[in-house]
Design a protein around this ligand. Structure first.
Ligand SMILES: [Zn+2]
Length: 306
């Protein structure tokens, strides 16, 4: 489990040292035209502190992908890079220098062989996933099955640490293969939006429902903000398991209830509350939420679609 000291150290570890030297590579030109293309290997441009500039890491990865023929000879960083996801994310700090074991890679044409080369040859790579960033991971709506990215190799656990306007960090742990790749920056923005909504609308800090809670960011925030009770609900049973872990990591032990239903099917009678002060809906982008919104407006005094 993540301890407070451990957390501060991990945050400190993201920062570059005084010796780290940045290198920018042209994103739109074939990576083969980069002057040092042939020199790309695990030691190339690595600082004494163990970090390398992100462009060098991504160029190294792309070189292997060209050799393995899963991207064209003329591959560019912009068009052909896999999606780089951080193992550890802190607020909006977007590190330009990467630590060893800090990257989860996602690409639809990855194979077992490519994965094992990337894991073996590029120290920054901690996990290789096969899939497309356009795919919706998890359960899209009431009618769909659970979908995962395929783990080809490595550990897909990811830790997101978010700063908030209530001066408390919120930690969300997830398995990247099982979760929608909403970036933590987006989650952080949603929490700011939620905060402003609460402040501007004078919402009573009574009972709230996080209708499609996912990892639990919204509901955890509401509890930290001072709500008496939060009802978490998600259609995906895997989310519910992750949510329980996240509640624990954030030091929350009571004042909540968890349901594992589609929001449409959630029986308000079961909630055992007199008055629902707030319902927050955080749906997958592009999903149709008209029915959900109607229900939310029927059961809660305030509805925020985020
Ligand atoms: Zn350094």
């Amino acid at each position: 489990m993540l301890s407070k000291e451990n957390l501060e150290k991990r945050i400190e570890d993201i920062r570059e040292c005084g010796e780290c030297r940045d290198i920018q590579i042209k994103k739109f030109s074939p990576i083969k035209d980069y002057d040092d293309f042939d020199k790309l290997c695990d030691d190339f441009k690595r600082c004494g502190c163990g970090k390398r500039p992100i462009d060098i890491v991504m160029a190294h990865i792309l070189k292997i992908m060209i050799e393995e023929e899963i991207v064209p000879e003329k591959a560019t960083l912009r068009r052909n890079s896999p999606v780089p996801l951080s193992k550890f994310y802190y607020s909006s700090l977007n590190p330009q220098f990467l630590n060893k074991n800090s990257l989860i890679l996602l690409h639809h044409d990855f194979t077992k062989d490519v994965a094992s080369r990337l894991m073996g040859e590029v120290s920054e790579v901690a996990c290789v996933l096969k899939g497309s960033p356009q795919d919706t991971v998890g359960v899209f709506d009431r009618g769909s099955e659970v979908y995962h990215f395929e783990i080809l190799e490595g550990d897909d656990t990811q830790i997101n640490v978010m700063r908030t306007l209530i001066n408390e960090k919120i930690i969300l742990v997830k398995n990247q293969s099982k979760h929608h790749i909403e970036v933590a920056v987006t989650t952080e923005q949603k929490l700011v939006q939620l905060h402003n909504y609460l402040e501007n609308n004078n919402v009573k800090k009574g009972v709230a429902i996080d209708a499609m809670c996912g990892l639990g960011a919204i509901g955890i925030y509401l509890l930290k903000y001072g709500f008496e009770k939060v009802i978490f609900n998600d259609i995906n049973p895997e989310m519910v398991e992750t949510l329980k872990e996240n509640l624990k990591i954030n030091g929350l032990e009571d004042s909540f209830e968890i349901f594992n239903e589609s929001f449409e099917d959630l029986d308000v009678e079961d909630l055992d509350v007199e008055d629902l002060d707030l319902c927050v809906i955080d749906a997958f982008p592009s999903s149709d939420i008209s029915e959900i919104t109607k229900k939310a407006e029927r059961i809660a005094n305030n509805v925020l679609i985020i």
